[in-house]
Design a protein around this ligand. Structure first.
Ligand code: ATP
Ligand code: MG
Length: 458
C-alpha cells in the first residue's frame, strides 16, 4: 500500500469518527481542507446516515464544489440528491456551473427536475432550463454560460479591473472574450496577452479578431475536435447571429472523447461498456449480455445445421472436418480486424471523407492480399504435413475466399448500419465473427465439394 493511500484511509476514518461524534468544527476542517476530488472519494464511502450529518454541517455552496466532480461518476447521484432536502439540492445546483448542474439534472426524473427548478430564482431557473433543453450531443448541451466578456473600447487596465470582478463567476478566466453591445463576438485575448501589455494599451489593439467558434447546434464531437486541434482551454459557442452564448471547457471535452472511445469499444464486444461498467450486480450484468448471446447462439446454430448438410461430403473425406475451426477462426479474426478499423474511421474525423466505393476497394485488396498470404502458407503446411497437396489446396483456396469475404463484411456492415441509422453495437465483433463462421463454412464446403466432384470422383 502506498503512503498516500494510507493517508487517505486515515483521513476517512477521522472524518467518520468526527461525524459520529457530531463535532461540526472538526468535520468541516477535515472535509474542507481536502481537494474536491478527495472530498468526493470520501463522500462516496460514507454511509447514508453519515452523509445526513454532513449535509447539516456543510452549506449547499460548500458541497457544490465537490459535486462538480461527482457528476461524472453518475451512478449514485440520483440517490444522493434524493436523500438531501429539496431546498438544499436546488441551492447546490444554483451554486454549480450551469453545465455541471444540468449534467446532474439529466440523471434525475423529470418530476424531480421540475421540483428543484421551482425552488430556484427566476434567473437561475432560466439559465439552467435553456441548457437543459439543448439537443442531446450538441455543443449547446456541453457548454456553460459562465464566461468573461468585455468590450473592446477600453484600456487593458480597466479590462483587468473588470476581469477581477467577473472572475469569481466564470468557469475559466484564461480567455477573455470581446463583444459589442449586442453580445456579438468580436475578438478574444488570453489572460497572458492582457497581463503582458501596457496598462494603457487598448483591448482592440491586442485582441485576436479571427475567433474560432462552434455553433450551439453543432455536434458535440465537432466542438471536442476543435478544442483538441487548436489546443484551446476553452472554445466559445455562438448562436446564428454570432452572439456568444457559452464556452466549452477542456474538461468537458475530455468526457466527450472518453465516451466516444468507450462506445467504440462497446461496438467490438457486443456489450454496452459505458453502462455495463457501472453495474456490479452479476444478475444485472447477465441480463444486459444475454440478449446478444442468445441471438448469436441462433446464428451459430445456422452454421451447425449448414455443416450437417454436408454430412455426405465429410463421410467421404473426414479429414475435412479437422480444418473447419481453423478456417472459421482465421476468417473471424480478419473480419474483426477490418471491423476495428471501420468503427474507428466512422467515429473519426469527418475530414477524411473517403468515398464508400474506394474504402470497399481498399478493403477488398487488403482482404485478397492477407487471404493470399495466409492461404499459401496453409497450403504448404497442410500439403507437407498431411502429404496431401490436394487437401492443402482446398484449404488454402477456402482460406483465401473466407478471409476476403470476412474482411469485406467487417468493413461493409458497420458502414451500412451507420447509413440506415441502426445502433452500431449491432455491427459488433461477435456478430461479425459469427456471421463470418457461417460464410466461411459455406465457402469451405462448396470449394471442397467442387474439388472432390471434379477430381476424385472421376
Ligand atoms: P501561447 O501559446 O502563445 O503562449 P497562451 O498560452 O497564452 O498563448 P493559448 O491557450 O495557447 O494561450 O492560446 C493561444 C492564443 O489563442 C491566445 O492568444 C488566445 O488569445 C488565442 N485564442 C483563444 N481562444 C481562441 C479562439 N476561440 N479563437 C482564436 N484564438 C483564440
Ligand atoms: Mg499556449
Amino acid at each position: 500500500m502506498t503512503d498516500s493511500q494510507e493517508l487517505d484511509e486515515l483521513r476517512l476514518e477521522t472524518l467518520k469518527e468526527a461525524l459520529h461524534r457530531e463535532t461540526m468544527a472538526e468535520v468541516r476542517a477535515i472535509f474542507l481542507e481536502a481537494h474536491q476530488y478527495d472530498q468526493a472519494q470520501m463522500y462516496q464511502l460514507l454511509t447514508p446516515e453519515e452523509r445526513m450529518i454532513l449535509y447539516r454541517f456543510l452549506s449547499p455552496k460548500e458541497l457544490a464544489e465537490m459535486f462538480e466532480i461527482i457528476e461524472e461518476d453518475e451512478k449514485d447521484v440520483k440517490s444522493y440528491l434524493n436523500e438531501m432536502d429539496d431546498r438544499y439540492v436546488s441551492l447546490m445546483l444554483t451554486e454549480m456551473f450551469a453545465d455541471n448542474a444540468v449534467d446532474l439534472l439529466k440523471e434525475m426524473d423529470v418530476k424531480e427536475v421540475r421540483k428543484y427548478l421551482r425552488l430556484m430564482s427566476a434567473e437561475d431557473r432560466a439559465t439552467i432550463q435553456r441548457l437543459y433543453y439543448y439537443g442531446e450531443d450538441t455543443a449547446g448541451s456541453l457548454m456553460t454560460p459562465e464566461l468573461i466578456a468585455i468590450q473592446s473600447h477600453q484600456t487593458v487596465k480597466s479590462a483587468l479591473t473588470l476581469i477581477k470582478e467577473l472572475a469569481h463567476d466564470a468557469e475559466t478566466i484564461y480567455y477573455i472574450y470581446v463583444v459589442d453591445e449586442g453580445q456579438h463576438l468580436e475578438g478574444v485575448l488570453s489572460l497572458r496577452d492582457a497581463i503582458m501589455s501596457n496598462d494603457d494599451t487598448m483591448v482592440y489593439d491586442i485582441m485576436v479578431d479571427h475567433v474560432v467558434t462552434v455553433d450551439v447546434n453543432d455536434d458535440q464531437m465537432t466542438a471536442a475536435r476543435k478544442v483538441q486541434d487548436y489546443d484551446f482551454i476553452a472554445l466559445p459557442v455562438v448562436d446564428e447571429e454570432n452572439r456568444i452564448v457559452g464556452i466549452i471547457t477542456v474538461d468537458d471535452v475530455m468526457d466527450v472523447l472518453q465516451e466516444e472511445a468507450s462506445s467504440e469499444y462497446s461496438g467490438l464486444a457486443a456489450v454496452d461498456v459505458e453502462s455495463g461498467a457501472e453495474t456490479t450486480n452479476p444478475f444485472e450484468a447477465a441480463v444486459k449480455r444475454l440478449p446478444w448471446l442468445i441471438t448469436l447462439l441462433f446464428l451459430g446454430m445456422g452454421t451447425s445445421s449448414l455443416i450437417s448438410r454436408y454430412e455426405n461430403l465429410i463421410a467421404k473425406a473426414s479429414i475435412l472436418s479437422v480444418f473447419v475451426t481453423l478456417i472459421t477462426g482465421t476468417a473471424g479474426n480478419a473480419g474483426t480486424q477490418s471491423l476495428a478499423v471501420a468503427v474507428r474511421r466512422l467515429s473519426g474525423d469527418d475530414m477524411d471523407n473517403d468515398h464508400f466505393i474506394s474504402i470497399m476497394l481498399r478493403e477488398l485488396l487488403t482482404g485478397l492480399l492477407t487471404g493470399l498470404a495466409t492461404g499459401l502458407t496453409i497450403t504448404l503446411v497442410v500439403g507437407i504435413w498431411q502429404n496431401n497437396f490436394m487437401l492443402g489446396a482446398i484449404i488454402g483456396a477456402a482460406m483465401l475466399a473466407a478471409i476476403t469475404v470476412a474482411t469485406l463484411a467487417g468493413s461493409f456492415i458497420p458502414q451500412l448500419m451507420e447509413k440506415i441509422g441502426v445502433d452500431p453495437a449491432v455491427a459488433s465483433g461477435p456478430f461479425i465473427s459469427t456471421l463470418s463462421d457461417l460464410t466461411s463454412v459455406l465457402i469451405y464446403f462448396s470449394i471442397a465439394s467442387y474439388f472432390i466432384a471434379s477430381f476424385l470422383d472421376k
